[in-house]
Design a binder for this molecule. Structure first.
Ligand code: NAD
Length: 296
């Protein structure tokens, strides 16, 4: 099983595909953005002319798209991929989407006799590049075992959390915590800065104290504190504010389905919505700091 159709070569898909190429997989790739396809071809992939063309001789299909509507649009319907994927092919969707969407697409795949798992990821673009992603898998355990080698070529940790859609629920729980932590880390740095503290010194202190997190250590929201963080390159690349806003909306939907209180998740969702309204939706989500201070 080394022929992979990879669809969606954005901030995450491009480095994930690159790691598969390095591991010896043969990739046929497709993205609506021609320059993303060209970059993957330069790394050793073969360009497909469409998603349907990409899957023609695939043994594994991997998709990494923004949201539910893109994934449903790709797979479902008369012109959808499920009508064209050859028998016996393993289908892996790594996008973060609504649990209900993941279940719907997996059920349609099962009707076609195709095995499918939801395998959203955590680890950001740095983890995607380093091949250290965490895969959070929903679906049949035996299907995950078939997928394990290809996932291991892109990640370090693989968790099986339940049936179809469960990977998405777990991913939303993680991202709700991340959204809150990033916002409060920005708030703390803005408060310290307003009192004349150096955000870099404050961050270094927090990173070895009880306020430490991925936001202080890896993706610090204050520009210049960490050279490789999106904040230090104008909040470009990374994990888009509007993707975080999407995930917090999905978490809110999931909470309403079971009556779970998520007061901090809802507050964070509004902060990312305010940042989006201010024109920062395409920037990395750490730009939510802009809601707290005019200093960045
Ligand atoms: P992105 O917007 O950078 O990339 C998405 C890509 O999909 C784009 O290149 C777009 O052209 C392509 N695309 C959209 N519809 C398509 C279609 N029908 N056919 C082919 N290509 C299509 O997004 P990303 O940051 O790579 O994120 C992808 C998914 O991973 C999202 O669900 C996101 O929530 C999740 N995620 C992102 C990060 C991160 O740090 N960026 C981390 C974990 C999970």
């Amino acid at each position: 099983m080394n022929r992979v159709a990879f669809i969606g070569l954005g901030n995450m898909g491009a480095p994930m595909a690159a790691n598969l190429l390095k591991a010896g997989y043969a990739l046929r790739v497709f993205d609506l953005n021609a320059s993303a396809v060209a970059a993957a071809v330069a790394a050793g992939a073969v360009a497909a002319t469409s998603a349907i063309d990409a899957v023609a001789d695939a043994q594994i299909v991997i998709s990494m798209l923004p949201a539910s509507r893109h994934v449903e649009g790709l797979y479902l319907g008369d012109d959808g991929l499920l009508a064209h994927i050859p028998d016996g092919v393993l289908v892996i969707d790594c996008s973060t989407i609504a649990p209900a969407s993941a279940k719907k697409v997996a059920a349609a795949a099962a009707q076609r006799g195709l095995a499918m798992i939801d395998a959203p990821v955590s680890g950001g673009t740095a983890g995607a590049s380093a091949g250290t992603l965490t895969f959070i898998v929903g679906g049949d355990a035996s299907v995950l075992e078939r997928a394990r080698p290809v996932l291991a070529a892109m990640g370090k940790n693989i968790f099986h959390v339940g049936d179809s859609g469960a990977g998405q629920v777990a991913k939303l729980c993680n991202n709700m915590a991340l959204g809150v932590i990033m916002a409060v880390t920005g708030e703390a740095l803005a408060l310290g800065s307003a009192h004349g503290l150096d955000p870099a010194v404050l961050s270094r202190m927090m990173a070895v104290s009880t306020g430490r997190s991925w936001a202080t250590e890896v993706c610090n929201p204050w520009p210049g504190v960490l050279e490789n963080a999106p904040s230090s390159r104008g909040y470009s690349g990374g994990f888009g504010n509007d993707l975080m806003l999407k995930d917090l909306g999905l978490a809110a939907e999931a909470a309403m389905q079971v009556g779970a209180p998520i007061p901090l998740g809802e507050l964070a969702r509004n902060l990312y919505a305010i940042n989006s309204q201010a024109g920062n939706g395409g920037l990395d989500f750490s730009s939510v700091l802009k809601v707290m201070t005019k200093a960045v």
